[in-house]
Write a protein that binds this ligand. Structure first.
Ligand code: B12
Ligand code: SF4
Length: 343
């Protein structure tokens, strides 16, 4: 068969001819149309940034290493429902984090599909996981969404380091689409930070990861909130590997923690905190109840913090009494396992 006569090859040649006929100016897409496309695909807000923006200096080389053709970035937010994130049960909050996260990925994938139909190369790096584990040592993510969203005028990072959208507050998850095309116009950072500097996030964090001046202790948040991701998972595997037998395993890991790890493996990894986000009153749609009744807002924050204080003391290794209780509980679990075997 003459391959040049094959229908697929003929159609491809025609498409390439048509594409080559485009002038560079045709590759500059109308900014308003790109924003409209993102909204039609389900984004709650959107902004555009050129790759040469100084705010992207720390990640430009990294982005271009993987996708050298990137000329502009489309940044989107998807709003989360507030009450599921605010309440104490983390299973409810996690449902909302997973739902909104999936939505971010779907919206970005839909935008990429539409752009591809128009002959524009585009990719949608993940909103969270999966990430590039082989890059550990440098950033394992393909795009750092927060600085892109800031440059796209979608908000600023508050004291807790989450992006606060001027309307939806910090109850948003972020996505970025890398595009081959330039846009006719770009967005810019908003001229104020929606953060109120109330420092409720500082008080609510169970492991003190957020400093009142805006410093962030990565390791504290990572070890606690991300117990069932990455480092915490490795720790669990090592406990399994090091345990001499089932009874020794039960001494090391409590049954609820085993069950929680199973839930994460079977239903998607679960966050253990996000209380910094839960308590944040910033944003036009969010601030109302805080302004109306600060005392009530504070009481609710305190109630949530109270629920976690024992865990906090245990995790920080403080309190010999609690360590003793932990040891006794481990022994009881081991004894129960022995009784069970003997029966
Ligand atoms: C890495 C990461 C984390 C890390 C670090 C958090 C952070 N502040 O950067 C950990 C595991 C702690 C984390 C936790 C959470 N995350 Co997170 N996370 C990311 C990720 C993958 C990259 C963040 C990033 O760009 N960091 C770098 C810069 C821009 O941020 P920074 O605040 O200045 O970072 C400082 C520290 O993180 C530190 N650092 C970063 N990496 C490392 C590595 C080491 C070894 C060390 C020592 C320090 C360190 O150095 C930076 C400079 O001070 C993004 C997804 C993505 N691909 O963008 C989601 C993302 C930032 N996370 C998000 C969320 C929702 C959370 C949690 C609420 C999780 C949850 N559901 O419980 C918490 C909130 C913690 C907090 N207050 O920041 C959302 C934020 C949405 C928003 N409105 O801003 C994002 C954007 C995901 C998304 N697509 O929406 N996350
Ligand atoms: S809780 Fe208060 S201090 Fe913390 S980020 Fe939100 S508004 Fe800013």
């Amino acid at each position: 068969m003459d391959l040049d006569d094959h229908p697929t090859v003929r159609r491809l040649a025609e498409n390439v001819r048509r594409r080559d006929a485009h002038s560079l100016a045709d590759l500059v897409q109308d900014g308003a149309a790109l924003r409209q496309l993102a909204r039609e695909c389900g984004a709650d807000d959107v902004g555009l940034v050129e790759i040469s923006r100084p705010g992207l200096d720390p990640q430009r080389d990294e982005i271009r290493r993987n996708y050298p053709w990137t000329k502009s970035l489309l940044s989107i937010v998807v709003r989360m429902a507030r009450e599921p994130v605010r309440g104490a049960p983390r299973s409810v909050a996690n449902l909302e984090f997973h739902r909104a996260g999936e939505q971010v990925n779907h919206v970005c994938a839909a935008i990429v599909a539409k752009l591809e139909e128009q002959g524009i190369r585009a990719v949608n790096p993940s909103m969270g996981f999966p990430m590039e584990m082989y890059q550990s040592g440098s950033a394992i993510w393909v795009v750092s969404h927060k600085p892109v969203a800031v440059e796209a005028g979608l908000g600023h990072m508050g004291i807790h380091r989450n992006l606060i959208h001027p309307k939806h507050g910090n109850f948003v998850l972020l996505g970025t689409v890398l595009m081959e095309c330039e846009a006719s116009d770009y967005d810019h950072p908003i001229d104020y930070n929606p953060c109120l500097e109330c420092k409720l996030c500082v008080a609510a964090c169970p492991v003190g990861a957020i400093g009142p001046e805006g410093s962030f202790n990565f390791s504290s948040c990572f070890t606690h909130n991300y117990r069932e991701f990455l480092g915490g998972f490795s720790d669990w595997i090592e406990q399994v590997a090091d345990a001499r037998d089932a009874i020794d395993y039960r001494r090391r890991i409590s049954e609820p923690e085993t069950a929680s790890m199973w839930q994460s493996l079977s239903h998607g990894a679960n966050y253990k905190s996000a209380y910094c986000m839960a308590v944040c009153p910033a944003g036009e749609d969010v601030i109302g109840p805080y302004l109306r009744d600060k005392q009530r807002h504070l009481k609710e924050v305190a109630r949530r913090a109270g629920l976690r204080s024992a865990r906090l003391r245990r995790r920080s290794g403080g309190g010999a009494e609690i360590q003793e209780q932990d040891r006794e509980a481990g022994e009881q679990r081991a004894q129960a396992a022995l009784d069970c075997r003997a029966a």
